[in-house]
Design a protein around this ligand. Sequence first.
Ligand code: SAH
Length: 199
Amino acid sequence: MGFPSVLTMAQRLAAERLAPGSAAIDATAGGGVDTLFLARQTGPRGRVLAFDVQEEALARTRLRLEEARAAGEALAEVTLVPAGHERMEEYVPAELHGRIRAVMFNLGYLPGSDSPVITRPETTLPALEAALRLLAPGGVLTAVLYPGHPGGDEEARAVERWMAELPDAAARTVLYCFPQKEKAPYLVALEKRQNTRPV
Ligand code: SAH
């Protein structure tokens, strides 16, 4: 059978907390796989915002959503935001602050692109902080980390440290990795506590 991949595991953690009509964020639209997944899970009454700094990524995501709609799938309303995820609080409507059920990050490069654009700790860490504030109590944040490329290792360690240092009263955190594969992508996730004071 094999263990689920890190991407599958991230989707499972998100799916468990999403219901028809939920609101969710894809913090790194990339090829749009997670955006489509969130739009399916939350359905026609749901709301999804997807962020990316590259037009190519948003175009790929738009195409993926259009193809699914053309095939008759009932998807959430999706807003593609051409801005960095560190600014997500500016773009998420006020009525959804504190009501987001899932935020998914998939860091690193846009696969199959020549572009040097890459996620960076200077913006990734503020984005994680913003995502935690936006989450509903009981909501989940997932981040797939890529230690295998230059800069990716430092970013992965910075994100892991950020997770490890979160106060227990704010969130519970978990790590999913394949310890025999040192440079393989791995997943960190957090669940916001039910009864937290604002963080
Ligand atoms: N490494 C993954 C894919 C990651 S895609 C894989 O191999 O499957 C990561 C996306 O994050 C890219 O499309 C990139 O443009 C985007 N990105 C980079 N910096 C960003 C930022 N500050 N805010 C939002 N998206 C960003």
